[in-house]
Design a protein around this ligand. Structure first.
Ligand SMILES: Cc1cc2nc3c(=O)[nH]c(=O)nc-3n(C[C@H](O)[C@H](O)[C@H](O)COP(=O)(O)O)c2cc1C
Length: 302
């Protein structure tokens, strides 16, 4: 045991290195300087009454902020057809954008970097969440069977397959939501492309049974996700855009017969937006791991 009052000896370099905790080392993520590598994963809270974020979220998110820490907000709807759970926030109208502002300001006041996760649930919904009680939209008209969603038993209304000519409007909803997120003060967005929600309903061959240019081959199933990434990258800059993918997950009946090919194809096609992408993949660097993990978050930056 060290004697009281003893002065610490200067440590040789190799000893200091041994004591470094990798999770607490800084990381440069595009234009953002993270002071450590522990992120707040997006976590749905269901406390945004009438789809409007509430003032108590100021406390919730600022409690979870550290200087230089990276936070991803809970999944946030891109349009009035995007919801499938009670009281989840949106970012498609002015009231929602204004309500997010003080929450984002509080995170920034503590030095945090804050992305909004933008979301459309697709068929993981029922008509009670939909305008005019219409059917939820999806890549397909295949129904989900009712299942426990962690809170209660979800009851799903059979979805309506989007017509080809409607798809640009949904891509546009994502683009506008990303623009709104920047307007609200967020530093960027993470597109929710995982967990059986709308984008995953296009990516996965267990669900997508389309015969147009958005279904069939792997390339065609990935087109919807790619068009969303492209639209948002053009709108707010590629270094402010991430996408969460879960090729190996089959949550909400969203399995794929070849998840490795799907994950690789998406990762490779997204690299063109990301300056150091090829280098990172070639070096087996962190983002390859996050693309592929089905245990940890699968966020990757485009
Ligand atoms: C209550 C709850 C809400 C979640 N909400 C979201 C969400 O909104 N968006 C998302 O991409 N993942 C969501 N997830 C998944 C988490 O981001 C995370 O990947 C998952 O909890 C696994 O990490 P863990 O083992 O640390 O819990 C949620 C998970 C839980 C438990």
């Amino acid at each position: 045991m060290e004697k009281r009052g003893a002065v610490a000896e200067p440590q040789p370099e190799h000893v200091e290195k041994k004591n470094v905790i990798p999770l607490l080392t800084p990381f440069k993520m595009g234009p953002f300087h993270l002071s450590h590598r522990i992120l707040l994963a997006p976590l749905t809270r269901q406390r945004s009454y009438n789809n409007v974020p509430q003032p108590h979220a100021i406390l919730y998110y600022s409690q979870r902020t550290t200087k230089g820490g990276f936070l991803i907000a809970e999944a946030t709807g891109v349009s009035d057809t995007a919801q499938g759970y009670p009281q989840t926030p949106g970012i498609w109208n002015k009231e929602q954008v204004e309500a997010w502002k003080p929450i984002v300001d509080a995170v920034h006041a503590k030095g945090g970097i804050f992305f909004c996760q933008i979301w459309h649930v697709g068929r993981v919904s029922n008509q009670d969440f939909q305008p005019n009680s219409q059917a939820p939209i999806s890549s397909s008209d295949k129904s989900l069977v009712s299942q426990a969603n962690g809170v209660d038993i979800g009851q799903f209304t059979p979805p309506r397959r989007l017509r080809t000519d409607e798809i640009p409007q949904i891509v546009n909803d994502f683009r506008v939501a990303a623009r709104n997120a920047i307007e609200a003060g967020f530093d960027g967005v993470e597109i929710h492309g995982a967990h059986g929600y709308l984008i995953d309903q296009f990516l996965k061959d267990q669900i997508n049974d389309r015969t147009d240019q958005y279904g069939g081959s792997l390339e065609k199933r990935c087109r919807f996700a790619q068009e969303i990434v492209e639209a948002i990258a053009n709108e707010i800059g590629a270094d402010r855009v991430g996408i969460r993918l879960s090729p190996f997950a089959n949550y909400m009946e969203s399995g794929d017969s070849n998840p490795e090919a799907l994950g690789l194809y998406m990762a490779e096609s997204l690299n063109k937006y990301w300056e150091d992408g090829n280098k990172a993949v070639a070096e087996g660097y962190a983002d390859l791991v996050v693309y592929w993990s089905n245990i940890l978050g699968e966020s990757g930056f485009a």
